[in-house]
Ligand binder design. Sequence first.
Ligand code: SF4
Ligand code: SF4
Length: 308
Amino acid sequence: MSEEPQGLNMASQLPRRRVVFAWDMHYACNYRCPYCFYTVAGWEELAKKCVYKSAAEWGEVWGRVAARYGRCQLRITAGEPFTYPDFAGVVAAVTEHHDVQITTNGSLSGPIADFAARLSPDRAELDCTFHPLVADFRVFADNIRLLRAKGFVANVCYLAYPGQTADMMDYKRRFAEAGIHMNLAVYWGQYQGRQYPHAYTEEERAWIKSVIGQEVGPETVGLEPLAVKGKLCGAGHRYGVVQADGRVFRCGQLGYDHQSIGSILDPDFALQPAPQPCTADYCRCKEYQSAWDEADAAALDQRGEVRR
Ligand code: SF4
Ligand code: SF4
């Protein structure tokens, strides 16, 4: 293992909540990353599904969910959440009822400054993905520093996409020089006709681990995909993915039209009453970490085992 450049990684301060939702707020973004699921699926077609609501309307919708399940954790993705109209206002309304974790490309300095001025770090945290093929390093790093100066947990992630793995140690060093720890995420998807992460070569796996600086840990999850088909999973029971039109799915992988379990906009919406067997071959995106009890998720992270 090579020596790992240092930098600050901030531990989440949000309490673990029993029920977690991932919310794809809308399908719009100021970037067009080649590895993005939405770029591959087609932004224009996806945009037809977007349902835009005001801060007060979203406050009402998520207030109903809180009345049923208590305070939950909402993981907001989009596209790019900071392009949503009045994003800071929507988050302010929603955080009356739930804690919020936001995944962003960290590029939009104006909306990020507005957010940092209006929101409380006790209720909202950010995961900022650096996209080296399109992003400006200095703007991104400045936005991270602004958020941190205002007390927000704001961590940085870099995707081990085959087209950008060569530069990842350099970027890790540059972030470390700026006082920021850079986490790595394993790539799931196609590249030059091959399916990743299965297609990573032994050399690529070793390189990824050396940039991470660890043989086994949260960042290496997914590097050796584990079969999950048939195993009981709490996705749908204590975890749900809300798409931009309000429909809810068990998880991102089980997100096809016929797999919807209801709509968050329906006043009677309820999650499934019990865990169900998984119907996917492999579990991406660490969603099981929310859907399973902590001990089970930790077992999968550390030993590659899943308890039934
Ligand atoms: S920044 Fe995120 S949502 Fe936007 S194109 Fe890139 S991967 Fe997709
Ligand atoms: S194991 Fe993963 S893919 Fe399967 S239902 Fe659970 S979260 Fe979805």
